[in-house]
Write a protein that binds this ligand. Sequence first.
Ligand code: FAD
Length: 465
Amino acid sequence: TATDWTNIARELAPVDVIEEPVLVKKRSRDFFWYSPILNGQLKKCFGDLVAQPKTREELAHCLSVAFAHDVPVVLRGGGTGNYGQAVPLQGGLIVETTGMNRILEIGDGFVRVEAGALMSDINAALKPQGWEMAMFPSTQDIATIGGFVAGGSAGIGSIANGALREKGNIIQLKALSVEADPQERVFDAEDALQVHHAWGLNGAITEVTLRTVPTRDWVGCMATFDSYRDCYAAGYALACSDSIGRKLCSSVEAPIVDYFPRLKGHLRDGKHLLVALVPAEDMPAYRDLIAAQGGVVDLAMTDAEREAVGIPHVFEFAYNHTTLQVLKADRSATYQQIGVPDPSDADSVAAMGVRQGDDLWQHHEFARLNGTVVAFELPIIWFTSEERLREIDATYEAGGFPVYDAHTYHVEGGGLKNTDYRHLAWKKRMDPKGLLNPGKSRAWEAVQHLSPEDIEAKAMVQYKD
Ligand code: FAD
């Protein structure tokens, strides 16, 4: 029988709802269109109704109504994910969390907030008290903390403070189960990983407590180089430096820089770009490092100076914002996510760029994983066919560069290449009917009939090494 959405909308009261089809469609999308492959698969997937809870009680009511009617539920923050994480594959209720946005507590080295708080608001509240988020994505103005913890992995700050999943970065998550009477569970420290990066499949996150770090007087820096090899090598040197603080370090090949019109006149033309955020007191050491690596510092500005000149944040030329700058001009571009096997080997990084050909332009991000500097590549790829994209993947793989496919909407694709049975056991506990974000986990279909304990037993086998 067809679902009676008018009736569900009525039952959701007093929660605000959006029924207007155009507006529901708008909230059924995220940034999956970066991928022509995902665009083809997801552009016609829409939800049926949007609910906008303002409190945990309202959110619990939404989940309980969905449970009673057996309808799919997709949590949505800012809708800035790149893999269609927030796209309702099978229709249903979209629960937009941005009304649950209170900052609950700021303490020494932590912040506790509601899941729908925007990260730029959190950073703005932290700064006057001497703190900042340990990491955040460049989408902080529209992305929520709940969406980051449920769908993201690392960001600006990760070069100093590691990935989200590293010990101490997520201090606590609270999440509601999808049941007749939704229960709030508290996940402390390591246990939070059962909800982190689960794409909203393992419960509705209500509250997030994250590590914060002392804020510094950050200077946005742009240095240019004659060769991409030298630009990358300087990035690696900066990333490894013990004497220079930094929370961003990204190298961008020259042709991509041409797509940054707002930097025209501020940078030397036709050069490769190293983007960085460096504390004011470390600027002399940063300038020495760039000179020693054969580069020129074209721009170094505090936020106030930058605003006076009308240039965006330097991080809008890093991470996936780099891709966005190109896409704004030409929708035939796309990207991929590649690991670098030996980040210190600038020669093989540059050689791989040459081997790939003219339809690929290089861009690397440096981060720190478990204390070790790593590099990953987010190249611009001029898309012609899926066949060519997969040929590019194969060339990387053959050279020992692992590909974390950005063109899949399954949680087991991309960064998490393997089925995570511990995640799935928690899914069974938090969402026994499998209503949350259905279709996003390939592995769920195979285990959904099992008890959480039996699913966990598979995890024991999986992790025994
Ligand atoms: P949404 O897209 O709304 O949701 C993401 C996922 O989380 C979905 O599966 C959704 O169902 C789930 N979810 C949302 N809220 C909840 C909740 N309360 N409970 C349970 N599940 C929930 N990501 C990075 O990690 N690092 C980056 O540096 C980065 N840079 C980016 C740059 C650009 C230009 C773009 C377009 C994207 C980038 N991203 C990055 C991806 C994305 O912006 C971030 O992960 C962002 O934090 C997602 O937040 P959101 O509120 O938009 O989440």
